[in-house]
Write a protein that binds this ligand. Structure first.
Ligand SMILES: Nc1ncnc2c1ncn2[C@@H]1O[C@H](COP(=O)(O)OP(=O)(O)O)[C@@H](O)[C@H]1O
Ligand SMILES: [Mg+2]
Length: 259
């Protein structure tokens, strides 16, 4: 290959924004030159390297945009610690069939039982599979929905995400405005985009939480129409870790956790 063609080829890779291919092309040409690779194999490896770099970049970008509070994966989850949880069902969720169908997932249970961990891990699986995810605590969500660009947030962020994770519904009661905004959001996403939601409250307590039995009924009706609910009634993993570290004695075993 003449110097000119070689330079034009490198220049093209640069202009086409293919940095990984540019990085690897010399080594691949060397291997092709010594007949270690055929021309097709060279092209295959060059393009494959660029494609996997693109996949990595887009996962990194979607992870950033998702706003997950850290990375938690299903591999890190100790199912033996939470026997009330159906492991097969959780693993089935990670195939993301529910996402393809726009179905919802609800994790209910006391503090520390793994609700946020399981939600984040679903978000992580979805991002790895190339989907847009948005994570928010309920508290942040209602602040954003109430703000002057609440509608903008609903349209551009909350509704555009393939998966919306709403963490910790139930720690604070909703005022009328928050309840109405929540209802609108649930209607927007109904049968269109999946929601993963966590709560420390049982559904029977949502009327009180939302301050309006009719509205709570309408929200739950849509949310639960296509949903898998996990009511986890197990111990707190946080307390287990504290106990192991000797911070709590056995006397605290039955005590509640302040969260
Ligand atoms: N079964 C589990 N296996 C491994 N880590 C767990 C498990 N359950 C909870 N954790 C960890 O314990 C902490 C509290 O869990 P979290 O999901 O925040 O609980 P919740 O949201 O139900 O209050 C997190 O650091 C989480 O990763
Ligand atoms: Mg939590």
């Amino acid at each position: 290959m003449s110097q000119l063609v070689y330079e034009r080829m490198r220049d093209a890779l640069e202009q086409l924004n293919m940095p990984r291919a540019l990085e690897q092309v010399d080594a691949l040409l060397d291997r092709a030159g010594s007949s270690e690779l055929t021309t097709v194999e060279l092209l295959d490896q060059l393009l494959g390297a660029e494609l996997s770099a693109r996949r990595e970049r887009s996962i990194t970008m979607r992870l950033k945009l998702a706003g997950l509070p850290g990375i938690k994966t299903i591999e890190q989850f100790d199912f033996a610690f939470q026997p009330s949880l159906d492991e097969a069902k959780i693993r089935d969720l990670h195939t993301l069939r529910f996402l393809a169908k726009g179905h919802n997932v609800i994790f209910l249970g006391p503090p520390g039982c793994g609700k946020t961990h399981l939600s984040i891990s679903l978000g992580h699986s979805a991002i790895t599979a190339g989907e847009m995810v948005h994570f928010t605590t309920a508290r942040d969500l209602f602040v954003k929905l109430h703000s002057s660009d609440g509608l903008h947030f609903r349209r551009l962020t909350a509704n555009r995400a393939k998966l919306l994770i709403i963490d910790e519904i139930g720690y604070e009661p909703l005022d009328h405005e928050a309840a109405r905004n929540f209802f609108r959001l649930i209607c927007d996403r109904y049968e269109r985009g999946s929601i993963v939601l966590t709560s420390n409250k049982r559904f029977s307590e949502w009327g009180e939480l939302i301050g309006d039995d009719t509205l709570a009924g309408a929200i739950l009706d849509r949310l639960l129409h296509h949903a898998t609910t996990f009511a986890i009634n197990g111990p707190s993993y946080r307390l287990k870790e504290k106990r192991r570290a000797g911070i709590l004695g056995d006397a605290d075993r039955k005590g509640g956790e302040p969260n």
